[in-house]
Design a protein. Structure first.
Length: 168
């Protein structure tokens, strides 16, 4: 008979890789380098202003935050994909979305190769900002208070996303 302690330790050891995979940092520099010569990176501020609504410009290009509860995407529950509103790069799948109660669209997982991150000290407390790796458009912040399986909450500005429903 196997001692209970040995079973417990074995189960804990098996669970560690799953936990650490979710907590691994996103390879921001590599992700962003993939798009270094992309035409989206060459747009001027005036060109961005022409392409985006005033609020989308403030969020995506100036790292503003939209008011909580104002995004229609909070109530989007269809199957599909959430894209960067700036350049159309896929960022989230609908099955990763959850109601965080914050008033912003929230996801527990992101398409890791399509985002970059940086430390944000704007509110005098360290936070992790994430952005589109292709156009560098600000999306939101990631927190470690999300649901399983990752424990992460990608809190996104709705105006920084565009939803594309899955084909029927």
């Amino acid at each position: 008979m196997i001692p209970r302690r040995a079973l417990f330790l074995a189960a804990a050891a098996l669970a560690l890789p799953a936990c650490s995979a979710a907590a691994q940092p996103i390879p921001s520099a590599a992700n962003q380098a993939r798009y270094a010569n992309d035409p989206w990176r060459r747009l001027t501020e005036d060109q961005w202003r022409e392409r985006l609504s005033p609020m989308a410009f403030r969020v995506l290009r100036q790292e503003a935050t939209e008011r909580a509860g104002t995004s229609a995407l909070n109530n989007e529950h269809r199957r599909g994909t959430f894209l960067c509103a700036g350049c159309g790069l896929e960022l989230f799948r609908s099955e990763w979305k959850f109601d965080s109660g914050t008033g912003w669209p929230s996801f527990f997982q992101v398409i890791r190769e399509n985002v970059g991150t940086k430390q944000d000290l704007l509110l005098f407390t360290p936070r992790t900002e994430y952005h589109c790796a292709r156009c560098l458009g600000h999306q939101g912040h990631v927190f470690e208070d999300g649901p399983r399986p990752t424990g992460l909450r990608y809190c996104n500005n709705g105006v920084a996303l565009r939803f594309v429903p899955a084909a029927a």
